[in-house]
Design a protein around this ligand. Structure first.
Ligand SMILES: C[S@@+](CC[C@H](N)C(=O)[O-])C[C@H]1O[C@@H](n2cnc3c(N)ncnc32)[C@H](O)[C@@H]1O
Length: 245
């Protein structure tokens, strides 16, 4: 098919960066002569542009990120966790970008690590590796099949600071550092409760935040004493922090 090499060649003309620029102009109060045009285009058009950004991100880097894998199809020995898992689906670059932008606006935390809880094929880790500075980027995923794919994806761009760990979120202890913790609705509140319960002391001690995309169980975080520092009810993305004295 000729379309894919053509689209990849467009990246050399910085189309990916152009999409990024359009998004920044649209989301922030950034001046641009294109602003009236951007504001006039309809939501479906914008969605098309963002899907295109995701397509280019995957294809131009040679990643394998696509598809939807239902929780029944996920390969994992942990039957209980499997029954509480959601389907695998890769996050949209746009949502990560908004969550990072809002974090910068609302906090001045110096983060050490980015941690994706339920990292799947590794898209969030790969995107963060290319766009932001972290000492370590950690993917936590209970399916060994997905970890293998995530490892191959990271090798494609020689991303040495990405670590993919095949571990259940229920058993994972957050590292002692300021962590930017990302969840793209990986599981229901049964597992979310266990993860938070095991790591509650961490949030008291460190300046870590939780960025939650498709934030279905956001109220569970409130019940653990987290405060909402940003919430977009339309995109269903939010940021949480434990307030400390
Ligand atoms: C919606 S996908 C998100 C993938 C990735 N975070 C992204 O943004 O592209 C959710 C992922 O969470 C994983 N998952 C579900 N339950 C888990 C658990 N208990 N421990 C670790 N990973 C889990 C699933 O296997 C799936 O890959």
């Amino acid at each position: 098919m000729q379309l894919v090499p053509f689209l990849i060649s467009l990246r050399n003309l910085s189309l990916n960066n152009f999409c990024y620029y359009l998004a920044m102009v649209n989301q922030n109060n950034m001046y641009s002569p294109l602003k009236p045009f951007l504001q006039s285009i309809s939501e479906p058009m914008k969605r098309l542009a963002f899907n295109f950004e995701d397509y280019i991100f995957e294809k131009s880097n040679g990643f394998e990120l696509g598809g939807v894998i239902t929780n029944n199809e996920l390969v994992s020995e942990n039957k209980t966790s499997k029954s509480h898992a959601t389907a695998y689906h890769a996050v949209w670059c746009r949502n990560l970008r908004v969550l990072f932008g809002e974090t910068r606006k609302r906090t001045n935390i110096q983060f050490n690590n980015f941690i994706d809880i339920g990292s799947g094929k590794g898209k969030a880790c790969l995107f963060v590796h290319q766009k932001y500075e972290f000492e370590k980027i950690i993917g936590i995923e209970f399916s060994p099949t997905l970890i293998d794919i995530a490892e191959k994806n990271a090798a494609q761009i020689n991303a040495k600071n990405i670590v993919n760990l095949n571990i259940d979120a229920c058993e994972f202890t957050l590292p002692n550092a300021n962590n930017f913790i990302f969840l793209f609705n990986p599981f229901d509140d049964y597992i979310l409760n266990k993860f938070l319960q095991n790591n509650l002391e961490h949030f008291v001690e460190y300046n870590s935040i939780i960025a939650y995309a498709n934030d279905v169980h956001w109220r569970t975080l409130l019940s653990f004493g987290f405060e909402v520092i940003f919430k977009d009810n339309i995109r269903k993305i939010s940021l949480f922090q434990q307030m400390r004295d």
